[in-house]
Design a protein around this ligand. Structure first.
Ligand code: PGA
Length: 254
């Protein structure tokens, strides 16, 4: 079955108001294929760019949210706050959040449940480190990650989730997984979801690849059967290369 292709830019801690605004200016009036879902996840202070949705059909995502709806949590933002300013969804489980901020699977699951209950979409990230890949243990590692922080969701919750497989060794390193490695893992993830949720739900699921996606390799990666687009860091910072990625995705949809 035909799924949409997502091209979501994870800007991490990059861009300021000026450069963010000119990025949106550059994309203004651009036409994307209707089955390409364009998204950008800017840092918290730039999320209000979502108000410009009408000028370029780009969904705006947050890079994090708290697991409680309100309270004494200095520096944090709740899913309801994000929803109230027109944010489409939130990236959770990113390896940088897991590693640098010690986010556990239990915390990620709590954040996911909270975000989903506020009607935000979740882009749930998983991925193995290099030593696990070298040992050939990546399938079991991802299974454990999913069992701890994704598969406890019910099938209705899953319908609001998009999964991003991001091997840690390929993030920001310039080293991309091969298209075959991306396909194999995305197929593995889909089969784990089939076991838990059934074929119909798993077939509808969007599974993205992330890790040094750029215009030079996107076509091969996005054309894999079980890969439904990309979560893109570095190559999404520049409007020209982000636009190229959208065009590559659009051609695959024709
Ligand atoms: P990268 O980042 O494209 O710069 O490797 C991807 C990500 O961390 O989401």
């Amino acid at each position: 079955m035909a799924r949409e292709i997502y091209v979501v830019g994870n800007w991490k801690m990059n861009h300021t108001l000026d450069t963010c605004t000119s990025f949106w200016d550059d994309l203004e009036g651009e036409d994307f294929h209707p089955n390409v879902r364009a998204g950008i996840a800017p840092a918290m202070p730039l999320l209000h760019i979502s108000e410009r949705k009408s000028t370029a059909p780009i969904d705006v995502y947050a890079q994090n949210c708290h697991e409680a709806s309100s309270g004494a949590y200095t520096g944090e933002s709740s899913a309801a706050m994000l929803k109230s300013i027109g944010i489409t969804g939130v990236i959770l489980g990113h390896s940088e959040r897991r590693e640098i901020y010690h986010e556990s699977d239990a915390l990620i699951l709590a954040k996911m449940k909270h975000a989903l209950s506020a009607d935000l979409q979740v882009i749930y990230c998983c991925g193995e480190p290099l030593d696990i890949r070298k040992a050939g243990a990546q399938n079991d590692y991802i299974k454990d990650q999913l069992e701890a922080s994704l598969l406890p969701l019910d099938v209705d919750q899953l319908a609001q989730v998009c999964i991003a497989y991001e091997p840690i060794w390929a993030i920001g390193t310039g080293e991309t997984a091969s298209a075959q490695q991306a396909q194999d893992m995305c197929a593995h993830i889909r089969s784990l979801c089939t076991e838990k949720y059934g074929k119909e739900a798993a077939d509808k699921l969007h599974i993205l690849y992330g890790g040094s996606v750029k215009p030079a390799n996107a076509q091969e990666i996005f054309s894999q059967t079980d890969v439904d687009g990309g979560l893109v860091g570095g190559a999404s910072l520049d409007s020209g290369s982000y636009m190229e990625l959208l065009q590559i995705a659009g051609k695959l949809m024709e």
